[in-house]
Write a protein that binds this ligand. Structure first.
Ligand SMILES: Cc1cc2nc3c(=O)[nH]c(=O)nc-3n(C[C@H](O)[C@H](O)[C@H](O)COP(=O)(O)OP(=O)(O)OC[C@H]3O[C@@H](n4cnc5c(N)ncnc54)[C@H](O)[C@@H]3O)c2cc1C
Ligand code: SF4
Length: 449
């Protein structure tokens, strides 16, 4: 019988960790990029563009790669999506543009749109080229809350139009989940910070770090001090399992574990030998896979519904399975089992009850019970927005700020976007929200279209 509470840093050596956390999808070479670009039909009314939440002119940027116009290609991408570099790395392209590509239906091998997008944007960023220039100052001041993809996309679009933007960010670094959440092997080499520096180089954007709405600043005062406010604070709260013992050693929020993997040197991150991850989204997949890559021997994701209901895509699920993460469906945790390890009380396992959908489509428990032994339990059952802590706030429904098509909230001159409003929780969607809100704020403050 192995020791209970076996949670240690440095399960693998530095070389193995470096290899495990290297770029998951290495970039195309220039020759590969041209060959791939030449496969594109440059479709009229291209379905790939329809499928892109930020409306990037995909055939347009691919044609420019094919003809050697790399700067033009990157500019086409970035004009529609200033986070084109990170979206090229993190977008579920297999469900968006590449799914819609006509080559997918024809031969099951879409154009590698994400890889080509990365090729073009990386080319431009590596040369330090500033593709856009600010309009003359308008004298208007806008406050943005949150320096994640939604907040910075909005800030960039507003700065480009000549407005002065102040971003209030609770954390010490910008980037939001690009910096603290996305799996380390998707954005290695400090790419998130390089991209933020590139975005801020437009000028006109100041960031105040360590300033949290509801703690250090209040919405009432932002509305008094600025011409408009854009709320983009994501889903900062974490949902609890509502089981006894959640504060026990070894039980952790998956999102905190992931943030530690992103911020600390990999050999310093402690991981259990046997890890159970509870949840069915990106957070569960990324926590489980990264636990394996840190050297955990036995990692199981347990999800209360079936594979089709997991919000993690099929590709993400098989990515985890390729890394020997087991996924068990249709089970709900009912008890955290305590044990006594070398360092006192610690989690020793989780008891699960089988689950199923009844005739009315509701999730119910079956009589089946099983126990998984665990040194570490990672909770990934979702994040939440807690408006109560924010003081004055716009209308919230189902834990999301209510907005109209222009991302206007119920409060005058207050807009919102990204994960704090309803919709797919994806980087590319957050960027589009930021863009749409910036255009609406500009119309509000300066008129015109
Ligand atoms: C583990 C994980 C993996 C993911 N993987 C992918 C992926 O592979 N591909 C993909 O497309 N999407 C992925 N996503 C989703 C994606 O990261 C988000 O949809 C996106 O980051 C949302 O952007 P945002 O700007 O709305 O919020 P965030 O990125 O969360 O940024 C919000 C910012 O606001 C700050 N903030 C919070 N509260 C306050 C406050 N009160 N005052 C001031 N600042 C505040 C935060 O510190 C943060 O910087 C993943 C999400 C998670 C959790
Ligand atoms: S659908 Fe495919 S082939 Fe057509 S323009 Fe888009 S990437 Fe090219």
């Amino acid at each position: 019988m192995s020791e209970i509470g076996d949670i240690e840093p440095g399960r693998l050596g530095a070389a193995a960790l470096a290899a495990n956390f290297a770029d998951a999808h290495p970039p195309l070479t220039p020759a590969q990029a041209v060959v791939e670009a030449d496969r594109c039909y440059f479709c009229y009314d291209a379905p790939c563009v329809e499928a892109c939440p930020t409306d990037i002119d995909i055939p347009g940027f691919i044609r420019k790669i094919a003809t050697g116009n790399m700067r033009g290609s990157a500019q086409t991408i970035l004009a529609a999506n200033i986070f084109g570099g990170s979206c090229a790395r993190v977008c579920p392209t297999e469900e968006l543009c590449e799914h819609a590509c006509v080559h997918t239906a024809q031969e099951g091998r879409p154009i590698m749109i994400g890889a080509l997008q990365r090729h073009a944007v990386d080319w431009l960023m590596a040369r330090g080229i500033a593709p856009f220039h600010r309009a003359a100052p308008t004298g208007k001041r806008i406050a943005v809350v949150g320096a994640g993809p939604a907040g910075l996309a909005c800030a960039h679009a507003l700065a480009l139009l000549g407005h002065a933007v102040t971003v209030f960010e609770a954390r010490p670094k910008p980037g939001g989940l690009n910096e603290y959440g996305i799996a380390a092997y998707k954005v290695p080499d400090d790419f998130a910070q390089q991209e933020v520096a590139f975005i801020l180089s437009i000028g006109g954007i100041g960031i105040e770090y360590g300033k949290a709405l509801g703690r250090d600043i209040m919405l009432e005062s932002l509305r008094g001090d600025f011409d408009a406010v854009f709320l983009a604070m994501g889903q900062a709260g974490v949902k609890a399992l509502a089981l006894a013992g959640e504060s026990m050693r070894g039980v952790r929020d998956a999102i905190d574990f992931i943030a530690e993997v992103r911020q600390a040197p990999k050999p310093a991150v402690a991981v259990g030998r046997r890890v159970v991850v509870i949840g069915g989204g990106n957070t569960a997949i990324d926590a489980a896979t990264q636990a394996r890559l840190l050297g955990a021997e036995d990692v199981t994701i347990v999800y209360r519904r079936g594979p089709a209901q997991m919000t993690a895509t099929e590709r993400e699920q098989s990515w985890a399975q390729t890394h020997n993460v087991r996924i068990r469906h249709w089970a709900v945790p009912v008890r955290l089992i305590p044990g006594t390890g070398a360092r006192g009380e610690t989690v020793a396992g989780v008891e699960f009850a089988g689950s199923m959908l009844n005739e009315a489509g509701h999730l119910v428990l079956t009589g089946e019970r099983f126990v998984l032994a665990a040194d570490m339990v990672l909770k990934a059952i979702g994040q939440s927005l807690s408006p109560e802590g924010l003081g004055e706030h716009p209308e919230v429904r189902g834990g999301r700020i209510v907005v109209d098509a222009e991302r206007r909230t119920s409060l005058p001159n207050v807009f919102a976007g990204g994960d704090c409003i309803a919709g797919a929780d994806l980087t590319v969607v957050a960027v589009q929200d930021g863009k749409v809100a910036a255009a609406a704020i500009h119309r509000l403050l300066c008129g015109g279209v």
